[in-house]
Design a protein around this ligand. Sequence first.
Ligand code: CA
Length: 683
Amino acid sequence: MIQALRCALAAALLLTIPAQAQDPSGVEPGQWLSTGRTWDEQHYSPMDQINAGNVGQLGLAWYADLATDRGQEATPLVVGRVLYNTEPWNITTAYDATTGRVLWRYDPQVPLRYGRLACCDIVTRGLASWQDAIILGTLDGRLIALDKDTGAELWSVQTTDTAQNYTITGAPRVYSADSGGGMVLIGNGGAEMGVRGYVSAYDADTGDLLWRWHTVPGNPADGFENAAMAMAAGTWTGQWWLSGGGGTVWDAISFDPALGLVYIGTGNGSPWSQRYRSPGGGDNLFLASIVALDANTGEYRWHYQTTPGEEWDYTATQNMILADLEIGGRTRQVLMQAPKNGFFYVLDRATGELLSAEMIAPITWATGVDMATGRPIENPLARYGTLPVMVGPGAGGAHNWNPMAYSPQTGLVYIPVTETYMAYAEAETYEPGRSLGTAFSGHDDVRQEIAEYADAHSSGWLSAWDPVTQTERWRVPYAQKGSGGVLVTGGNLVFQGTIGTTFAAYRADTGEKVWELPVQNVPIAAPITYMVDGVQYIAVNAGWGGGLAHVERAQFSQLFLGRPRLLVFRLGGTAQLPPMPAESFAIPELSPPPALTADAATVARGEQLYGANCAICHGNGARGGVKDLRHMSPETHGTFAAIVLGGARAANGMASFADVLSAEEAEAVHHYLIARANQDWGG
Ligand code: CA
């Protein structure tokens, strides 16, 4: 019935809209069919049953406990009367959207060793829907289509070379191809692990590969795949292909059916340090770029590189919103992005022309963007040597994967912004695929100074950004760094999870807080809204972890968290969360660390091993990360070897390191962590 209605509506609209393809979400505001709702990724819904006037009556309709105590980053989908959600390890569940009754659950059985390959937690950011299929990309690189009614596998295809360190955390997108069929776009991650980035398009009905586009050039001796790769190779030096190059398409993809263009956002370089990656410098195309490709063929059309020669993990994978704006007296078809590097870019999406770029947060790596050349005006001090230098933003970015949203009603973009700083230094050695070429330890006195400055000056806020004037209209500051993904609605409401373990709504025009509810955990994901039987609902996943946890969080690590959950709200909802557990689900109550018994040489050896093997997930100087190891419980200290070497917590994403660390080396890392915990305990 719904399917038939969709086809009828789409057919009716096709008569008046000259595009070959029609975004189904655009004609069904009650559903949420794609991760950004619409192909332009606005994270906007025109629905206004819940609005700034009555949002005070918003209450919990139902909730569902989530299986894994790790970062919950997914944007759910709603197709018909069913809400589809996906969790760490890609466990995917279909719920009755009105009651929360589980209709089916699917576990793709991702091998636990992939927990070690995911730089930023075992997360997933969402699903795609296409006719009778729900489509997911799994951490181990598979693309899987499920029957939306039963959860049975329709097809499954491996999109990556499993001998390499690829992972998938992003949501697939399905677009209508000119052929009339569906085309699934999927990227991958692994730029911290030595891979070469690419995006692939598959037939949504069969899983057959339609096209693939690499983002950085491979070994010239193998021949370049296309002219764009040959052109890009001129911007690299040395033997870059040995370290993969990076530029992974791990999140943002948008689509303009009228222009026939797919837009991809590309990630950081592999390794981070440019001296190890491309010793003679160069722009290193297409790292940290927005690239437009022909949707039917995957052929390169244009690009804009946000951070030439990047070496700070400044990905341009953050969501790209397409909209039409009045700029300088004419309507421009624009693409908007706030990548990690701290600028907000407005591009002409037909040509790639840079229209404007301004800072959304204090940053130190650049002072602005030269509009004549389109290039950043870099601070030369930001290009680091072996002595740590402080650079803002840090690798967490001024804006990370947490989706921003755009309201055509207010003309504003709502951005979760973080002000961060981080110590960057070049490593003494580099091993392709095993390290970043960037040091996370050494020069402890300098690092400590930088960490103190970062703690004192970091913060987070929700920003309402005017993309035409490139100025902030209002902001909601948060007591601590970071905040969740955003939904904006036609009810003049912005919904967002807060770092204070609440879910809140603000007036979209003024930023006035009009509703807030404690939810026992941090909703870092983007909310959605949908309508079934004439009732509008708001849904969001609440679960701390992921990339946001990489922002150093000395204060936050003491926050008391409840169970991660999917939360669904409606006007007059009366459901109640169970009381907070007596003991925190996520972070054990803090215990004093054990006394340091090792000598300085062992601690130094442990520090070096930590920097090479652990820091990518557990943070610079063991601060923050997916788990703050300065705050290990007595039980964790007691079973350290079983965890690190025996894989005792592999199901939580902590796979065994027995293949790279000896028992003695693991013990040295443990002593280093005990030393760090004692340094900071009580401080
Ligand atoms: Ca990265």
